[in-house]
Design a protein around this ligand. Structure first.
Ligand code: NZQ
Ligand code: ZN
Length: 389
């Protein structure tokens, strides 16, 4: 393994009715002047909004200012609105209620409110956050792991660019995860979340470090339980038991435990972010299309880990097969699984053709290459995108 340090300051509050039991006390520990951040209205339809207001109003002298309408693939312009609200109203706490988009937007607001320059500087690396307004979250969507990591992914729509930054200052102080709050997620978004969490495991599973058996086995167990649970969950979207398994899996998949001591890949995510930046498609949908093509490309030179995945997760029988054949079968199994749960398979499913492929290639590659398992340059990224059309 590589040397590493691991810190995760987020307090995870998981289970039934935890908003009623914990929210007011947790918020009060940090402040009373709250920016409440949420998305396009799902929390108003499912009753969570009323519950949150009821609980926040238990705090004496509480003041609540709202930022609603955070977009899926949250935009820099919305982050800037939030920063302005914090400054105008001298707010001292941010509560994000929603999925990864709402949480990522709130994270960027939390560090942007303590910075005089443009938040996009954090994304480009021109500046690094040095402090933040404390942030708490109520997660409504199992997918990104944003509830327990320091990442924030923001879209700059003017530049058609979507990029991530990460900081110790953007970890939520607490995240409340009640699986009941995910009952109302529509089937397509549930599927995107499942694909996203599996992709997070895969990005870390395809590491380039020696001797990481427990990290690999941990990843495999998240994949296996997700594959077992996902079809049952789609049959019974209000099953607490299935929702809680997927919810905890998504958190484990990207709270950086799987990255301990290993150098990970992340090329597919960079390509997907580029596709989303140009075409504004759902992140999980893009990953379902791109990941099998990435696997095919890397299997041409390094099929071993793909084959291992097939044997251990998809229970392929290795008898009389070479590593390439096993890798090929693994990719078929993964594709088949994502297809059966209803994920898209081609970029054209989103009406994307090759017109803006140059821009997508350019946006994928920040430096000369991306990824570590097999570093990819422009040609390889173009090949993946062309095969995915
Ligand atoms: O906006 P509302 O009305 O809330 O509706 C949302 C949105 O339309 C809806 N939804 C969420 N919870 C719901 C619900 N609908 C009904 N009932 C509920 N309980 O679902 C839609 C998608 O929400 P969104 O937050 O966009 O989904 P997700 O959690 O998948 O987040 C995606 C964003 O996170 C980024 C992605 O790139 C994308 O921008 N990522 C963030 C990461 C991180 N912070 O670590 C890592 C990921 O790899 C990813 O890049
Ligand atoms: Zn992702």
């Amino acid at each position: 393994m590589e040397n590493f340090q691991y810190v995760n300051p987020t307090k995870l509050i998981f289970g039934r009715n935890q908003v009623n039991d914990s929210l007011a006390g947790e918020v009060e520990a940090y402040g009373t002047r709250v920016l409440l951040v949420y998305g396009g209205g799902s929390i108003k339809k499912n009753g969570l909004y009323e519950l949150v207001l009821e609980q926040l109003n238990l705090i004496s002298n509480v003041q609540i200012v709202e930022l609603s309408g955070v977009e899926p693939n949250p935009r820099l312009s919305t982050v800037n609105k939030g920063i302005q609200l914090i400054k105008e109203n001298q707010l001292d706490f941010i509560l994000a209620v929603g999925g990864g988009s709402v949480i990522d937007c709130a994270k960027a607001i939390s560090v942007g409110a303590h910075y005089d320059g443009d938040v996009w500087d954090f994304v480009t690396g021109k500046a690094a956050p040095s402090s933040s307004i404390p942030l708490g979250t109520i997660l409504t969507m199992a997918a990104t792991g944003s509830e327990m990591n320091g990442n924030s992914v923001i879209t700059n729509w003017d530049e058609r660019d979507k990029r991530a930054f990460s900081s110790i200052h953007t970890y939520p102080k607490f995240s409340i995860l009640d699986p009941q709050n995910t009952f109302s997620i529509p089937a397509d978004q549930t599927v995107y979340g499942i694909v996203d969490l599996m992709s997070h495991v895969l990005e870390q599973y395809f590491h380039v470090s020696e001797n990481a058996p427990v990290q690999e086995r941990f990843g495999e167990s998240i994949l296996k339980t997700t594959i077992e649970t996902a079809p049952k969950l789609l049959e019974s979207p209000e099953s607490y038991a299935y929702r809680e398994v997927i919810m905890l899996n998504a958190t484990f998949a990207l709270n950086n435990m799987l990255s301990m001591g290993v150098k990970t890949d992340w090329a597919t995510h960079m390509i997907e972010h580029a596709v989303s930046a140009v075409h504004d498609i759902p992140h999980g949908g893009g990953l379902a299309i791109l990941f099998p093509h990435w696997m095919e490309l890397v299997s041409e030179t390094k099929p071993e880990r793909v084959a291992q995945l097939g044997i251990r997760v998809f229970e392929l029988d290795p008898a009389n097969k070479n590593t390439r054949e096993l890798a090929y079968e693994t990719i078929q199994k993964l594709k088949e699984f994502w297809k059966t749960i209803g994920a898209p398979t081609k970029l054209s499913d989103y009406g994307i053709d090759n017109k803006e492929i140059d821009l997508m290639v350019k946006r994928s590659i920040v430096n000369k290459t991306i990824g570590n398992y097999v570093p990819l340059g422009e040609n390889e990224v173009r090949q993946i995108l062309e095969r995915a059309l």
